[in-house]
Design a protein around this ligand. Structure first.
Ligand code: GDP
Ligand code: MG
Length: 163
């Protein structure tokens, strides 16, 4: 029947923006400051008539006194365990960062399939990051703009095998 999609990625790549777009409501707090998502949030989403449950993962709050990578890995793996497929977001405008590469390592080893999404791809500023993201070893990136709603049909196509 319905399937579950986890949105994963380092802070500020646009996870909550995509979550809000997919659920059609402003349920998650979007903020320029990394780590404002307080909890993991799950909600029913619809994309071009395809229904699924989407999970927005929290950022790094409450983790400052702990190992950053360790806590991010915990967050990621908790969401991965609930999900049938992961949308791994990078910020194409920022390019691939060491934290992105760390997430990619975790995701490549995990049995839950990953769809690599290069967010913030509206305009041309994302093009170098988009091409750089091929190097993450997670297959062909899907260029999207969560904020502007671009690439949503490509995202639909990528999710279709899991529906
Ligand atoms: P999160 O920390 O991964 O949940 O990221 P947010 O959804 O809170 O977004 C972080 C910042 O990126 C906010 O300022 C958003 O407005 C911005 N943002 C999100 N999606 C896009 C996009 O597609 N294009 C651009 N240019 N900015 C975006
Ligand atoms: Mg967020």
């Amino acid at each position: 029947m319905s399937f579950t999609v986890a949105i994963i990625g380092r802070p500020n790549v646009g996870k909550s923006t995509l979550f809000n777009r997919l659920v059609g409501r402003r349920l998650a707090i979007v903020h320029d400051m990394p780590g404002v998502t307080r909890d993991r949030k799950a909600h029913k989403a619809v994309l071009a008539g395809m229904e699924f449950t989407v999970i927005d993962t929290a950022g790094l709050e409450d983790t400052l006194d702990d190992s950053l990578e360790g806590r991010m890995r915990q967050q990621t793996e908790a969401a991965l365990d609930e999900a049938d497929v992961t949308l791994f977001l990078i910020d194409a405008r920022a390019g691939v960062t060491p934290l992105d590469a760390h997430f990619a390592d975790v995701l490549r080893r995990h049995p839950t399939p990953t769809i690599l999404c290069a967010n913030k791809c509206e305009g041309k500023a994302g093009a170098p990051g988009l091409f750089e993201s091929y190097g993450l070893g997670l297959g062909e990136p899907v260029p999207i703009s969560a904020e502007h709603g671009e690439g949503m049909m490509d995202l639909f196509q990528a999710l279709l095998p899991f529906a």
